[in-house]
Design a protein. Structure first.
Length: 155
């Protein structure tokens, strides 16, 4: 009997990780999520992903480990809009992993990437001179229909 995690189990793990991030964002909707709090949540989630992926890899499921790491990094990249340097770092590491031929090498590169990203998340975000300003986006149900800017209202 094989001890490998099947695709449905791996998918379930990934969905649970996303649900944790989404739930914490929904609970905090009343107040804006501070950048440091988001970094801390990502740090904690990536620790869990790192450990689960290492367990998968050590159990002989390099493919599951690689896919778990890849999904977590792509999700983290989307949440790191306030850290363009880390987004570039993730992009570079994902591209480097894709160049490798063996899945074990790919998984190990992404394992190291998550470890390095967690180290980078401990430091405060450095504002880049040409970085776009981040504006809060209200949930759809809370948005009012506003006229386009710089256009007069019809009487």
């Amino acid at each position: 009997m094989s001890t490998y995690l099947t695709a449905p189990r791996l998918t379930t793990s990934f969905i649970l990780m996303i649900a944790c991030l989404w739930t914490s964002a929904v609970v905090a909707q009343d107040k804006p999520l501070a950048v440091r709090e988001l970094d801390k949540q990502l740090f904690d989630v990536l620790k869990d992903v790192h450990n689960r992926g290492a367990d998968l890899f050590n159990a002989g499921d390099a493919i599951g480990s690689y896919r778990l790491f890849e999904g977590a990094l792509r999700t983290a990249r989307a949440a790191l809009a306030h850290r363009p340097a880390e987004q570039r770092f993730i992009d570079g590491c994902l591209a480097e992993a894709e160049k490798k031929r063996l899945i074990t090498q790919k998984a190990f590169i992404l394992h190291e990437t998550i470890d390095q990203l967690r180290t980078r998340l401990r430091a405060p975000a450095i504002a880049e001179p040409n970085a776009p300003e981040l504006l809060p986006v209200l949930p759809r149900e809370n948005r009012e229909i506003l006229p386009p800017p710089n256009k007069p209202l019809d009487p």
